[in-house]
Design a protein around this ligand. Structure first.
Ligand SMILES: Cc1cc2nc3c(=O)[nH]c(=O)nc-3n(C[C@H](O)[C@H](O)[C@H](O)COP(=O)(O)OP(=O)(O)OC[C@H]3O[C@@H](n4cnc5c(N)ncnc54)[C@H](O)[C@@H]3O)c2cc1C
Length: 356
């Protein structure tokens, strides 16, 4: 690999980690191509479009944020990233009214939420970058021309000089197995907590709406309950409440393989208990996150990304950088810095502090 030349980089995964790394590399002048198995960017920064037909036969739609609740900063660098997003107008502050009697929030009562929906953050970061959606990368191999990225036996794009994997560890492990034994082993062993999520639209007719937007129940299956339509930039419909309820990791793990209908029934009952009475649903569904979050760590991770300069292969994500959106972002930036140093691109604040 020759320093100072434009590098062809494949980034697998378009969540916050992949999008952050892709943006830093593209801004430094490299030719970046992003691949994701989903239909668009965002990963666990997710918003689901729901459609149903109401009692009078009218088609209805809405959108609910069913992944990460929002962004919170511990580090000055991530705080600066948030501040920039607020100034540019694609991040908004959300200070939810908290339900009483529940568990306290760990980091204060202020979140930042991308507007108009959660994937907007990654959309912004990926502006102008080539991307291929709905393609699951299932094989990577190197030949003298460079890296070949494959999906279902099809070669994707021209060969690449560098490859970045920005995936949950269980999804990175099979791709790494033929390339980096030790990383594959560590990724396969990296624990990730699952999460069953209930989301739906209920009528508020005839019921007094709760005086809170966010609850952390002290007991029962639910860890978080949020009123999605109380968040900034989200549509609020008269006579409706939009609920998203995340089950606890332990409950989700115990019922991971249960039928969605059964899970929905359990979580609807738990939500009704939290709301203090029956809920009249217009529409509801559940989503199973197999890999929602790494467990909270007592110590900072030893490494915040993996980089193999000899192969031109890097890995980033929340399982390396620390729990949550901020950890994924920090991991991606540390990988981008290593890659830019290797590729010989100008390592200036403009490319490393890359902000949309
Ligand atoms: C229910 C829930 C609640 C959460 N709450 C919070 C919170 O309040 N605060 C917080 O900070 N964090 C929260 N998180 C965690 C946060 O969302 C993640 O830490 C962060 O978004 C991870 O980003 P990432 O880029 O590392 O991974 P991801 O967002 O998972 O991105 C990985 C991408 O890779 C793609 N992909 C996977 N395999 C392949 C493949 N083989 N080929 C191609 N593409 C592939 C996926 O489609 C995905 O788009 C929550 C997560 C969930 C699920």
């Amino acid at each position: 690999m020759m320093n100072g030349m434009v590098q062809r980089v494949a980034v697998i995964g378009a969540g916050i980690a992949g999008a952050t790394c892709a943006q830093a590399l593209a801004q430094a002048g490299h030719a970046v191509h992003v691949f994701d198995k989903a239909r668009g960017p965002g990963g666990r920064l997710a918003t689901r479009r729901m459609a149903w037909v109401d009692a009078s036969g009218q088609p209805c739609t809405t959108r609910l944020d069913h992944g990460a609740l929002g962004l919170e900063a511990r580090s000055p660098a991530f705080q600066a990233f948030i501040d920039d997003g607020v100034r540019a107008g694609w991040l908004a502050e959300w200070s939810p009214r908290l339900a009483t009697g529940g568990r306290p929030l760990e980091r204060g009562t202020r979140f930042h939420v991308p507007v108009p929906d959660m994937p907007e953050l990654c959309r912004r970061l990926l502006q102008g970058i080539t991307a291929t959606w709905s393609c699951t990368v299932d094989n990577l191999h190197r030949n003298p021309l460079g890296w070949q990225v494959e999906s279902a036996g099809q070669r994707l794009g021209a060969p690449f000089d560098l490859v970045v994997l920005a995936l949950p560890p269980a999804q990175a492990a099979p791709l790494l197995a033929p390339l980096q034994d030790e990383w594959a082993r560590q990724a396969a062993l990296s624990p990730m907590q699952p999460c069953w999520t209930l989301m739906g639209v209920a009528t508020t007719a005839g019921t007094a709406p709760p005086r809170w937007d966010l609850a952390r129940p002290a007991a029962g299956p639910l860890a978080w309950v949020m009123r999605s339509d109380a968040r900034p930039g989200r549509a609020r419909m008269h006579g409706q409440a939009h609920w998203v309820a995340h089950a606890r990791a332990g409950w989700s793990r115990a019922h991971l393989e249960q039928a969605p209908d059964w899970v929905a029934q359990q979580l609807r009952a738990a939500l009704a208990e939290q709301l203090g009475g029956p809920v009249e649903w217009l529409h509801s569904t559940v989503h199973r996150w197999r890999y929602a979050l790494p467990p909270a760590r007592r110590c900072a991770p030893a490494e915040s990304c993996w980089w193999d300069a000899a192969q031109g292969l890097g890995v980033c994500g929340d399982f390396l950088g620390g729990r949550g959106v901020e950890g994924a972002w920090l991991s991606a930036r540390s990988l981008a810095t290593a890659l830019l140093r290797h590729a010989g691109a100008p390592l200036t604040p403009a490319c490393c502090e890359a902000l949309p």
